[in-house]
Design a protein around this ligand. Structure first.
Ligand SMILES: [Zn+2]
Ligand SMILES: [Zn+2]
Length: 158
């Protein structure tokens, strides 16, 4: 677990600076929540953030409050509402945000960012561009990892 803590240590400076910039009070739960979002490779739900915190002083309500606070400050946004669950990603203020489709895997129940080579298949032009970019766009299905697992198990059961 040493690797993981180094990564978080490096990120802490940046995250602190961002909170200052946005005029937010730098509290431990707020720092933790933002660090987890910033280090995540996929959108995270409240529960998933909570699972990663594993610290006694962060109860579910505190984590929830901080997610909302970060969202209101423009440091986090909800990019997926698959299965009625809001999932958050870290966004840098002034950046384009996180405007791309997400894929909800019904097997492992994870929400994944679609890789950019898949996204280019969905390139569109005209009046729908902005509407689609701002829409919460959840694809549902079986992710490649779960497909592989499924295929492997059907093969081995023969
Ligand atoms: Zn999956
Ligand atoms: Zn994404």
């Amino acid at each position: 677990m040493t690797n993981k803590t180094t990564v978080i240590g490096d990120m802490e400076q940046e995250v602190r600076a961002l909170l200052h910039q946005q005029g937010l009070r730098v509290t431990t739960p707020c720092l933790l929540v933002l660090q987890i979002l910033a280090g995540a490779k996929a959108p995270l739900s409240h529960t998933e953030v909570l699972e990663q915190i594993k610290q006694g002083d962060c109860d579910p309500a505190t984590v929830y409050r901080n997610l909302i606070k970060l969202r209101d400050a423009g440091l986090a946004c909800v990019v997926s509402q698959a299965d009625g669950i809001d999932r958050y990603v870290f966004t840098r203020p002034g950046s384009e945000g996180h405007a791309h489709p997400h894929f909800y895997c019904t097997e492992c129940e994870q929400v994944l960012c679609l890789p950019s080579d898949v996204q280019t298949l969905l390139n569109i032009e005209g009046p729908w561009v902005e509407a689609v970019q701002q829409a919460v766009w959840d694809l549902r299905g079986t992710c490649p990892a779960c497909r592989d697992k499924k295929n492997a198990s059907t093969r081995s059961s023969k």
